[in-house]
Design a protein around this ligand. Structure first.
Ligand code: NDP
Length: 336
């Protein structure tokens, strides 16, 4: 449950684990309602922004005292009547509660999609490389950065759910790819996944110097997952007509005082395009993403790492740890 809106860093005290009696076999259903058995739950940085009371943003705030919500993969356990959109046994993805069982009422089913189960592809991938984060990587890179073969693409937060996919797609497109992440283990993973260079931003703390070292030809495309000081440094190193995809600013999500970017004049001097985006803006191109990324995963051209933690009761602790960088790849809670 969402217990208290954090000011600054999110802590486990802002959430509460609550046990209630629930019988999926007897709960009252109207025609079209379904009972979902939650299999996997996705923990994502944007949820920190929903932990607020009021205020304007692109996503609704969570409601105090009520169940938190997240992307999930679930099995349809029971359907009310025969007119339901899904059949018993279907695997679906959509927004579920942070709970073991979710009752989705008829009107709430529009946001759910049936998962076409592909042999050899884990169901949890529909929360990562084949789900929202993968689509974010695909759209931000292809629609905004529009990299050309031979250009340098730099992605921050590179060993996370989105970043891993950004780098590998950029490699498929023939780019020189550089990533940064917060541990040496993550840096090694990036190199294993074909990144041309990678660095640990917690040990190479002069970001401009590091970027000049690892991007000797400058930066043509920046996929920004972190914002703040890193964004400021990239502005200094970016080439003329560079394209920045403003995907997220995780370094700022728990900040009380936001970092003040100083090098914005570089946007003028270097004619830089910076476009922020929300993945949901690109639903009309979703089929392209599903087609291309499913193919690349099946061909082994995109590899993926998941950080799977078992047990719904671990969700609050793991959500806090997401901002400490504990996850390598996509952070997933295995519920059932
Ligand atoms: P990740 O899987 O990358 O997990 C978050 C990671 O961020 C952590 O593991 C940590 O790795 C890194 N991090 C945490 N704090 C900081 C910091 N202060 N500075 C730099 N890195 C930090 O998350 P996602 O891949 O799911 O999300 C990446 C970004 O994309 C986020 O900003 C998110 O909000 C955004 N996003 C935007 C969407 C959109 O539609 N615009 C959709 C989905 C995601 P490390 O060890 O490297 O520090």
């Amino acid at each position: 449950l969402f217990k208290e809106a954090p000011e600054g860093w999110v802590e486990t005290k802002h959430m509460e684990v609550s046990k209630v009696d629930f019988n999926p076999d007897t709960v009252q259903l109207d025609v079209g309602d379904v009972v979902l058995k939650v299999l996997y739950l996705s923990l994502d940085p944007y949820m920190r922004g929903r932990m607020r009371v009021g205020g304007k943003s692109y996503s609704e705030p969570f409601k105090l005292g009520e169940v938190l919500h997240a992307g999930g993969v679930a099995e349809v356990y029971r359907v009310g009547g025969s007119a339901a959109k899904f059949q018993k046994g279907d695997i679906v993805q959509g927004m579920v509660g942070w709970e073991q069982w979710t009752v989705a009422r008829k009107g709430q089913l529009d946001g759910f999609q049936k998962v076409e189960v592909v042999e050899g592809v884990p169901l949890s991938y529909y929360l990562g490389v084949l789900g929202m984060p993968g689509m974010t990587a695909y759209m931000g890179l292809l629609k905004i950065c529009q990299p050309k073969a031979g250009e340098t693409v730099y992605v921050s937060g590179a060993a996370g759910a989105v970043g891993l996919v950004v780098g590998q797609i950029a490699k498929i497109l023939g780019c020189r790819v550089v990533g940064s992440a917060g541990t040496d283990e993550k840096v090694d993973l990036l190199k294993e996944y074909g990144f041309d260079a990678a660095f640990n931003y917690k040990t190479e703390t002069d970001f401009i110097k590091a970027l000049e070292k690892y991007c000797p030809d400058g930066i043509d495309c920046y996929f920004d997952n972190v914002g703040g000081e890193m964004l400021d440094a990239v502005l200094k190193v970016a080439n003329r007509h560079a394209r920045f995809a403003g995907c997220g600013q995780i370094s700022q999500y728990n900040a009380v005082e936001p970092y003040g970017v100083k090098n914005l004049m570089q946007m003028v001097a270097q004619r830089i395009l910076f476009e922020g985006f929300i993945v949901g803006d690109y639903m009309s191109s979703r089929a392209d993403f599903v087609r291309d990324v499913t193919k690349w995963v099946k061909e082994g051209k995109i590899k993926y790492t998941e950080h799977v933690v078992e047990g719904i009761e671990k969700a609050p602790e793991m959500f806090v740890k997401l901002f400490e960088g504990v996850n390598i790849g996509k952070l997933i809670i295995k519920v059932a």
